[in-house]
Design a protein around this ligand. Structure first.
Ligand SMILES: *Cc1c(COP(=O)(O)O)cnc(C)c1O
Length: 392
């Protein structure tokens, strides 16, 4: 049976007392036991019975099981945010004296986590060009604990070769960890490309229209003991598990993720092609465009769709501000993959607290506008962009 069908009809672990058709939201902190032995078995992990919602909750478990079905992961762990998923993963993998090989092209908070927060605990960030396999190889040493990357960097939209990175990682017996937020796991299999640990900010495509903040970690078994450490040590000691209400909303989002993604991605492809014809735009960057340098690699890894993020470059920072101010339909907001189309000037917002030099190193340009394309009619989006670009 098709995975999509299976996910939509996924059964609960235990039947609901009232035969509820959708998974109830178990808003409870704790669970009661009939006797001391049952209690001991649950607390010592010998049964699946939940004991406390910091580590286990039926509604969250149901959501995790559905993601497991779609991804084929050995373990799926849901967190309170994408950043919680990333920080808990890196805290499980790294240790004082170890280093992480990664890139300067990274989500701003992940960059700050790796190069700032983790650095305070003695974990070194070795940042290099992940599209240059020789550079990656030469940065790995005996203390490297993982290669960490984003599959399409934001806003540069750089795509690294996952199969090649997996080969390098595995030849050094270290895991390849990938943040795959940019293309949903309904569209491609990170596991088949050699990724050992996949991380998703479920706030984005998955939540079903910016309903809630969440994160997911998929463990494909490439690092022995990782899944167990996440479920016992990290969830217990750091306390960043997803809440049941969020799991309920994101479970609904998961059911229609595939349909929404295909439409958003098709919209983006058409919009990108239309924007290439518009005077006043210096450059349109989208991996779905045939002349994009990463087009062929992206297609070989993620299939025919290019996702719903696009950037346009205008002549100056002032032109970008004028454009943002002139928008009538497209919303001025951060976030990605909402049902509504969103626009933001990354250099002055998401990367606003970095220095000019850091922004230069990260290739975050003053002339770039990022668009996250939603489910509206493409013609309406094009009209709005056209009128916003026309000089006043
Ligand atoms: C948004 C985002 C994150 C952080 O996720 P939150 O859910 O906002 O904590 C991490 N990585 C990428 C690529 C993102 O787009």
């Amino acid at each position: 049976m098709d995975k999509q069908t299976q996910v939509i009809h996924a059964a609960f672990q235990h039947p609901d007392a009232y035969h509820s058709l959708s998974m109830p939201v178990y808003h409870t902190a704790a669970y009661e036991f009939d006797n001391a032995t049952e209690m001991e078995d649950a607390f010592c992990g010998r049964t699946e019975m939940p004991d406390y919602s910091r580590v286990s909750n039926p509604t969250v478990t149901y959501f995790e099981q559905k993601v497991k079905l779609l991804t084929g992961a050995d373990n799926v762990i849901a967190f309170g945010s994408g950043m919680a998923a990333i920080s808990n993963t890196l805290l499980a993998v790294a240790a004082s004296g170890k280093n992480i090989v990664s890139s300067r092209h990274m989500f701003g908070n992940t960059y700050a986590l790796i190069s700032g927060t983790l650095a305070r605990f003695g974990v070194e960030a070795k940042l290099c060009d992940l599209t240059d396999i020789d550079a990656v190889e030469s940065n790995i040493d005996a203390n490297t604990c993982c290669i960490y990357l984003e599959i399409i960097t934001n806003p540069q939209q750089e795509v690294a070769d996952l199969r090649a990175l997996a080969r390098v990682a595995h030849s050094h017996q270290i895991p390849l960890i990938a943040d795959t937020t940019m293309i949903p796991f309904t569209q491609f299999s990170a596991k088949e490309l050699g990724v050992d640990i996949e991380i998703v900010s479920s706030t984005k495509y998955l939540s079903g229209g910016a309903t809630s903040i969440g994160g997911l970690v998929m463990d494909y078994g490439g690092l022995p003991g990782f899944g167990k450490r996440m479920k016992t040590e990290m969830l217990l000691n750091l306390g960043a598990y997803m809440t049941p209400h969020v799991a309920y909303m994101q479970s609904l989002g998961l059911d229609n993720l595939h349909a929404r993604y295909l439409l958003q991605s098709a919209n983006t492809q058409r919009l990108a092609e239309m924007l290439c014809t518009l005077p006043g735009i210096a450059k349109v960057t989208y991996i779905g465009l045939k002349d994009n340098p990463y087009h062929a690699l992206a297609q070989s890894q993620f299939g025919a769709t290019g996702g719903a993020m696009i950037t346009i470059d205008l002549e100056s920072r002032d032109a970008c501000f004028r454009f943002i101010n002139q928008l009538k339909l497209i919303r001025r907001a951060t976030n990605l993959f909402d049902n509504k189309t969103l626009a933001i000037h990354p250099a002055s917002t998401i990367f606003g607290n970095f220095t000019d030099e850091q922004r230069r190193e990260m290739d975050v340009l003053d002339t770039t506008i990022r668009l996250s394309v939603g489910l509206e009619a493409v013609e309406d989006l094009f009209e709005d962009i056209k009128q916003a670009i026309t000089p006043i």
